[in-house]
Design a protein around this ligand. Structure first.
Ligand code: ZN
Length: 196
């Protein structure tokens, strides 16, 4: 009897392992296109993924859509913080973290707050909206802890691990097909809105 139980346990383990390898938790957020991205980002920790206009931005993890901005209100003259992302989508992953992609040219019509997405599901298309106007098309990708709505300075990406790390290392892992959960500390109080 004991032997049978352990055999059963082994079989369950084997099934789970197969399932894990068939359906990774994390996926690289740009699909079907050549992408260039670096280790560093100006001003604060995020990653700019450069790819052609119209390349697919996909959910890096399964989760629930958080905030969606479908109108580009950005003006160079004012450069308001909440408008810098242009067309953008954020989602709360099943790992409890928030993932944000911005400067999109298009958002899929079914992508609305509360909608449940699967890993790799298309969210929108890479473009140059918001403060990316006049630059090379790219996906500004940020990881953060969930907050209430419109806390744009956190949503755009916060430092990972000990506070200054960009998503680069995680993007590299996901691109190589490895599951790697971002390490991120949620502070007791949300830092105030920056002046710039
Ligand atoms: Zn950026």
């Amino acid at each position: 009897m004991k032997r049978q139980i352990s055999l059963l346990a082994l079989m369950i383990l084997a099934i789970n392992t197969n399932f894990a390898s068939a359906a990774p938790i994390y996926t690289f957020p740009v699909a079907g296109c050549t992408v260039k991205y670096g280790k560093y980002h100006h001003t604060y920790p995020a990653t700019d993924l450069f790819a052609k206009n119209g390349c697919a931005f996909v959910a890096p993890i399964a989760g629930v859509i958080d905030e969606v901005n479908t109108v580009d209100r950005w003006r160079g003259r004012t450069n308001l913080g909440p408008d810098r992302g242009g067309l953008s989508v954020s989602l709360i992953g099943e790992d409890g973290l928030r993932y944000y992609g911005s400067h999109l040219q298009k958002i899929e019509p079914n992508i609305v707050p509360g909608y449940k997405v699967a890993t790799g599901e298309k969210l929108g298309e890479i473009g140059t909206t918001g403060s990316a106007k006049g630059t090379k098309p790219h996906l500004h990708f940020g990881i953060s802890y969930p907050t209430e709505k419109d806390i744009w300075w956190i949503r755009r990406g916060v430092g990972l691990e000990k506070g200054k790390t960009t998503p680069w290392k995680y993007l590299q892992a996901w691109q190589a097909g490895k599951d790697l959960k971002p390490r991120l500390n949620t502070p007791a109080t949300i830092p105030p809105e920056p002046k710039k």
